[in-house]
Write a protein that binds this ligand. Structure first.
Ligand code: ZN
Length: 199
């Protein structure tokens, strides 16, 4: 005999989460069963809220609950370089290393032919249009220093070249092949300080 239906249903739903097997899902389910109702309600509401209240900024494509986001509307960043990152989590890492310094553009991925991801699947066209239609002092390409990140950076650099904007690429500091999201702020700062022209 299995668990009562509501328990079984929650276990099934939790196993759909990354890294959660049936054993963990069962443990979490019984933890919730024994938790205060206020906590369980707050947990479910916070999950609903990320779907209902979080969207992408129409300028930089970062996740936000106001559009344009607070970074895009920050007047102190009016003449800031645009730092191009792969994911919202990378933006957070850059912002921790350089609070208030950059504007951003989130690509939502990298070019990866093996997975069928081309430039048209990323927010690259939007970046080109953005650079065309606003005064941009510099575009800093802060995609990961691995094969896909480099390919994406060079693709964007070539697209931006005819526009005459200064385009730079983060340098050593982040280990080659390294993922930005695991780099500490000091490493990030060194890779930004050593950035070089890419085209
Ligand atoms: Zn924004």
């Amino acid at each position: 005999m299995g668990y009562p239906e509501p328990i079984e249903r929650l276990i099934q739903n939790l196993t759909k989460l990354p890294g959660i097997g049936r054993k963990t899902a069962t443990r979490l389910t019984f933890f919730l069963l024994n938790s205060k109702e206020t906590y369980v309600k707050e947990l479910s509401q916070s999950m609903i809220d990320i779907k209902e209240r979080i969207r992408l900024c129409s300028i930089c494509f970062n996740i936000t609950d106001v559009d344009p986001c607070t970074i895009c509307t920050d007047p102190k960043r009016d003449n800031s370089p645009i730092c191009v990152v792969e994911e919202p989590s990378h933006l957070m890492v850059m912002e921790q290393a350089y609070p208030g310094v950059f504007k951003y553009h989130v690509l939502h991925g990298v070019i990866n032919p093996l997975e069928g991801i081309g430039p048209e699947n990323l927010k690259i066209r939007e970046l080109i249009e953005r650079v065309k239609s606003s005064k941009v002092s510099e575009v800093l390409l802060a995609t990961n220093l691995n094969m896909e990140g480099n390919a994406t950076a060079y693709h964007i650099a070539n697209e931006l070249k005819p526009l005459g904007v200064k385009v730079t690429r983060i340098a050593s500091g982040i280990p080659a092949g390294g993922d930005i999201v695991y780099a500490d702020p000091q490493t990030i700062r060194s890779s930004v300080e050593n950035r070089r022209d890419i085209v």
